[in-house]
Structure formats: C-alpha cells, structure tokens
Design a protein around this ligand. Structure first.
Ligand SMILES: *Cc1c(COP(=O)(O)O)cnc(C)c1O
Length: 357
C-alpha cells in the first residue's frame, strides 16, 4: 500500500511517474534494456537529456542567455561550486536564513571575503529579513540566498533591488511557484525534493557569469565545462535525469508551473488555516514568510509530538517528524503531494487533538 509520505527529501514522487518508470524499466523504448544500463552517449539517452532540458526551459521560461546544467554532488556541492565559479573579484554577501543558508555561507568563506547581508538567527530563523534592510556591500560578485528554508518553513517572496547577481538555492521550491529567472544570476537545486530521485542537481546560470572559474576549481565543478559539454563531460546521473524528464512532462500536462502553484497555495492554505484555528497546534513562522512547501508545527508538548509522529505513521501518514534541530513535526507538501494527502493529515490532526486534549 502507498502511504502519504511527508518526507523533506528524498520525498514523494508523482504516482503516475513511478508507474511509467516501472512500465519502461526492463525495456526502454524498444531498446531491450533499461535506461540505467545504456551508454550516456547513445541516441536514446541523449534524447532524454535533451528533452529534460527543453522541458525545464519551457516550464520555467528560461531564456537562451542561461545555461541549464545537470550535475551531481547535491545542493551542498554547489555551496563550493558557486564561489569557485562566480567569486571573480573575491567578494560575496550571504543571507543567513536557516541551516542550509548557514552552511553555504561557511563553505564560501574558504574562497574569499564573505559577509552576512542579514540573518534571522535572532528569532530561530522563523522569519525572512526585510529586503530593504540588507547590508549589501559595494563590489560584490553576488548575493546568495536560500529561496525556501526547508527546515524552518520560511520562503523569500520579495527580492532586493541590487546591482550584483542574485544566486538562489531553490532545492525545496523549484517548480513549485512561478519565478522570473531573469531576476537571478544563478539558480541551483538538488532534485530530490521537487523533481526526481537523489543524485541530480540542477544549475541554471547566466552565460556571461561563467568561463572565469578560479584556477583551483575542479573540472567537474566548472560550469563552463559542463555547459560546453551539455552536462555530458563525464557520466551523468542517467536515471535521475530520466525521472526528471517524466516529472517535467507530468507538470506540463497539469498546466505548468502556474497550475502547480495554484494547487500548492491551496494545499498550504488548508493546512495553515487549520493550524491557526486550533489551540492545540502551533506554527511559529511569521505568517507572511511561511513556506508553501514545508510546514513545521508543534503540539502542546514534546511527549505529544512523539506520540503524534508514531500514531500518524500507523495511519499511513509518514515522515512527519521535524528536523533534529527544530523538533516537533514538519509536513513537507511538495508538488507531488496530492491535496488528498493534506486533507488526510488534517483529519488525523483533528482526531489526535480530540483524543489528547
Ligand atoms: C535539501 C537541501 C539542501 C541539501 O541538499 P543536498 O542535495 O543533500 O546537498 C540544500 N539546500 C536546501 C534549501 C535544501 O532543501
């Protein structure tokens, strides 16, 4: 039996995509082998690589001036790749709004003069700093931000007006809402939240920013090398790229990112409204900064939180335990979580509250 899986990542994938993959697993497109077993330089895989890129360009409206790269190493590898490629003057500012934002900031310090433009650590990362109050220095190569804070359940909805390129980690928000790619110099995202199985990382980068990587930059992390080779410099993560293509087709069939955003906003509103109207559950995030992908919440006590997580799992609602740094619960309601899953969660929350008040 399939459960409703609220895991933060790797996370649930659309059922129809899994079914297609299952159907094609032993014999991909009449080749007599699976997509995992064939050359990445053969025609069938090259077609997958091309279609995946074309669909992502279409879904996000990515202009030709941007390269789209399919790489490995996760979002965490990008914490180093970004400064190694873009810190050409040796200076960058970081917005520290959570755990991953903080890790990105720490990693970048190895490569240059890095400063914090704003932080929300003072209130346990429960809000997004006002974009008008950022301390952005002159002459920086870029400003880095985490678009959606997966652990703390906040998201950036407004961008600062600055001259330097904005670099955004969109691991947990890519394709969940409409964005204007041209407002960013670079966007990166690990695929395992909203796109595909773990192993693939998406990089969308303005072409004029690449080709000037630091001399010590490993060849695998050099965006210009990946762009020149259509992400096939070495063996790519073939199966995750294939799965990403199926997910992109699925999103397109649903009506694209605009339609996806509407469903996501509806799902998030249902859950937040329920929590806000309850005296039993609490979400501590500043309402205007709330994520539509990750919803952390607590019950009146840690004991009840633990009981909630274990009883929910028995009811087929799994992976609701909050991150170890926050405790409590977290429902990750990514693109692939159907609205029925959110309704089932709310029904369970009502029942649990009645029984444990
Ligand atoms: C999950 C996540 C990461 C880490 O991704 P890996 O692919 O495991 O390196 C980084 N940033 C954000 C916003 C995330 O959600």
């Amino acid at each position: 039996m399939r459960v409703y899986n609220f895991a933060a990542g790797p996370s649930t994938l659309p059922l129809s995509v899994l079914e297609t993959a299952q159907k094609e697993l032993l014999d991909y497109a009449g080749t007599g082998m699976s997509i995992m077993e064939m050359s990445h330089r053969g025609k069938p895989f090259m077609a997958v690589n091309d279609e995946a890129q074309a669909l992502l360009r279409e879904l996000l409206g990515i202009p030709e001036e941007y390269a789209v790269l399919f790489v490995q190493g996760g979002a965490t590898q990008q914490f180093a790749a970004v400064p190694l490629n873009l810190m050409q003057k040796g200076k960058a500012d970081y917005l520290v709004t959570g755990n991953f934002a903080s890790k990105a900031y720490e990693e970048a310090q190895k490569y240059g003069d890095v400063a914090i433009a704003a932080s929300s650590k003072d209130k346990a990362y429960t809000y997004i700093p006002d974009m008008k109050t950022l301390k952005v220095r002159d002459g920086i190569d870029y400003l880095h931000m985490t678009h959606n804070n997966t652990i703390f359940g906040t998201r950036i909805t407004e961008l600062p007006e600055i001259d330097a390129p904005i670099v955004a980690d969109m691991s947990s928000s890519i394709l969940s809402e409409e964005i204007d790619v041209t407002k960013f110099g670079l966007i990166y995202a690990g695929a395992q939240k909203n796109i595909a199985p773990a192993g693939l990382t998406i990089v969308i980068v303005r072409r004029d920013l690449i080709g000037k990587a630091a001399p010590i930059c490993p060849v695998m992390l050099d965006y210009a090398v990946q762009a020149k080779n259509d992400s096939l410099y070495n063996t790519p993560p073939c199966f995750p790229i294939y799965m990403a293509m199926l997910v992109f087709r699925h999103i397109k069939a649903l009506g694209g990112v605009k339609a996806m955003q509407k469903i996501n906003e509806e799902k998030a509103a249902l859950l937040y409204d329920f929590i806000d109207n309850s005296s039993f559950y609490t979400n501590r995030v500043n309402p205007k900064d709330r994520s539509i992908m990750n919803v952390p919440f607590v019950s009146p006590s840690e004991e009840l939180d633990a009981k909630f997580v274990s009883e929910a799992a028995k009811a087929g609602l799994v992976s609701l335990k909050g991150h170890r740094v926050t405790g409590g619960m977290r429902a990750s309601i990514y693109n692939a979580m159907p609205i029925e899953g959110v309704r089932a969660l709310i029904d369970f929350m009502k029942k649990f509250e009645m029984e444990n008040k």
